[in-house]
Design a protein around this ligand. Structure first.
Ligand SMILES: *Cc1c(COP(=O)(O)O)cnc(C)c1O
Length: 423
């Protein structure tokens, strides 16, 4: 399709968009007295209008039934996850038994590393991206320290080439091949939070497996944003948060994936708690832990029902819209955003850090502004646009298919164009 950078063309794309009515299912924050253009779905997704009722329903069942709410009422809490698991499994490309909804992201990364990072005298290295999200860096470092090992020996970061922002796949593969059988774990993000670069999970996993290492991924910026095939790609484990693209609220309950191959591996150790005990034994209060043949074996504590309720409200919208349809729209949105940005950048006032190739990016586009970046960012907010600021000069925007439109993109880019011409 021949794209055009003007309001009429943006409106014509919206007219053809079969998902545009989904915006009405979300509360859109205001800036001043005007509904904003919310480009922060990569940071905290918006609240579905159904979420409050779902949470209230749990509260009412608690009021009416007390602890019996686990077993009775319109939605007994003990079965609650059965509605959630099939939907989230489809979104991350997993089989339902491979997915569990629990805890928070960093906690889950630690728990999964307890199982999958088992350094030995000869195999102890973690291969990861440079400038991973800080929480992931702290996780890797503290795991290494817990094993009494040295951070510099164990954590090997793959960096972009000199003067570049994007990490080349060949450099990741080369590093894995170079460190070979000294690697215990290869752990990358699915989408880098800063640049928006999508990593080739399938190829990175295959390279890790060739050396005999496990491959795990932090999908915070990938889940609900890009198409994933965790099962088919043979990923060993993954974890993600649900408050970014998955709109499940601040501090939402998070997700974890353990591949079927590892579920059958009786040698794999994990930290255990009563909620991970097989449901048939859980309430017998016996000494023996019976692991179910699912990722639920990693659960430790009683499921937080209010958090699950908000998560369910959001997942039902994904189900209704169809995740493949959302991906199709998302690709067109980011293509249009790239196109419009390129149209206004004739004087080279900014650089787009995110890869142009559509297979290497999701919704997010990161823009490095060469002059007066912070004041331009502040002006964007005054003009009703929620974007995200990262030091020293990067503005991140994500146009998400559930509540952003092509017209949103046109307005954003035209305002940016105006601001750049005055700076
Ligand atoms: C958002 C994000 C986190 C945040 O972790 P929480 O435990 O949910 O606070 C961690 N890692 C990455 C890669 C993220 O993008």
């Amino acid at each position: 399709m021949e794209l055009e950078y003007n309001l009429d063309f943006a409106k014509s794309l919206d007219a053809k968009d079969t998902l545009k009515h989904f915006k009405e299912q979300f509360y859109i924050p205001y800036i001043g007295d005007k509904a904003s253009i919310y480009f922060l779905g990569n940071s905290l997704g918006l609240q579905p209008k159904t979420a409050q009722n779902e949470v209230l329903n749990v509260m009412e069942n608690w009021a009416n039934y007390g602890v019996e709410g686990f077993f009775i009422g319109d939605e007994p809490w003990l079965n609650y996850h059965k509605e959630i698991t099939p939907i989230i499994s489809k979104i991350v490309g997993a089989q339902p038994q491979e997915v569990v909804t629990m805890n928070h992201l960093t906690v889950n990364l630690h728990l999964l590393m307890m199982s999958f990072y088992k350094p030995t005298k000869t195999r102890y290295k973690i291969i990861c991206e440079s400038k991973a999200f800080p929480s992931d860096q702290y996780t890797f470092q503290s795991q290494v320290k817990m094993h009494g090992l040295n951070i510099d020996d164990c954590i090997i970061e793959v960096t972009p080439k000199e003067g570049e922002e994007i990490i080349k796949l060949e450099d990741i593969i080369d590093t894995i091949e170079k460190h070979n059988d000294s690697i215990a774990l290869v752990c990358f993000s699915g989408v880098n939070y800063y640049t928006g670069q999508v990593f080739d999970i399938k190829k990175i996993t295959a390279a890790a497996h060739k050396t005999g290492a496990y491959a795990g991924f932090d999908l915070a910026h990938a889940a609900g944003n890009i198409a994933l095939q965790l099962h088919n790609w043979n990923v060993d484990f993954a974890c993600w948060c649900n408050y970014k693209y998955l709109n499940s609220g601040p501090g939402a309950i998070a997700g974890a994936f353990v591949h079927q191959n590892n579920l059958q591996n009786k040698k794999l150790k994990r930290l255990e708690g009563w909620w991970g005990n097989d449901i048939t034994n859980r309430f017998k209060m016996e000494k023996t832990f019976t692991a179910p043949a699912t990722a639920e074996a990693w659960q430790m504590s009683t499921a937080p029902m209010m958090l699950l309720a908000a998560h369910k409200a959001s997942l039902n919208i994904f189900e209704e819209a169809g995740f493949e349809n959302l991906i199709t729209k998302s690709k067109l949105l980011s293509q249009y955003l790239f196109f419009a940005l390129t149209e206004i950048n004739t004087c080279n006032k900014f650089t787009i850090l995110t890869p142009l190739n559509h297979q290497e990016r999701g919704s997010q586009v990161s823009i490095s502004v060469h002059k007066n970046a912070k004041s331009i960012f502040d002006e964007l907010i005054k003009n009703g646009i929620f974007a995200d600021w990262r030091e020293p000069n990067v503005i991140r925007v994500a146009a998400v298919p559930l509540y952003n439109s092509f017209e949103d993109i046109y307005y954003f880019v035209s305002i940016l164009q105006h601001l750049l011409s005055h700076n």
